[in-house]
Design a protein around this ligand. Sequence first.
Ligand SMILES: [Zn+2]
Length: 178
Amino acid sequence: MICPDDPFWTPPDDKRLDEFLQLVQLIGPTLDQPMHFLVGERFLDHIAFMGCSPNINLIPDQDNGSFCFVHLQPATDQVEFHHGERTCAPRCPKCRSPINDWQERIVNWQNARLSEWTCARCQFRAAPWQFNWRRSAAFSRCSIIIRNIFPKEAIPQTQLLDALAAHFGIRWHYFYNN
Ligand SMILES: [Zn+2]
């Protein structure tokens, strides 16, 4: 997934995320579901695949339903926590201690929207997204989600992150939620 650094940010009305990503050809034609897209002509210029034989299927195939596509979430109602089964304990940005009770804290954050966490070791206080999730989780209202790739196999290229930053005026980062 690729998200803006500011978890509250959403695209302005005159700069649609889908239009920009179609312009740079990360995404192509729409699929049946809203905001689901086939990969675009330049997808492989924007996303590098590691490994000697990347196991990706870029075109829908009757025999193999798990083809790679892009799902956009331009603006959810509130900040969402995105994570996967392999999400690791985030680390304090100051003393680097792991926050081992992060799952309980996330439930509290989702229920009460408490905006700050305190590190049990050094008492540093910061928003949950300021802790170091080591590319295994993120918080956002706006997301570019690439489906059906293996974790850590695909790396968004700097040129794509730079192009997003130049167009929208905000920095972007990526992480793996599977
Ligand atoms: Zn700490």
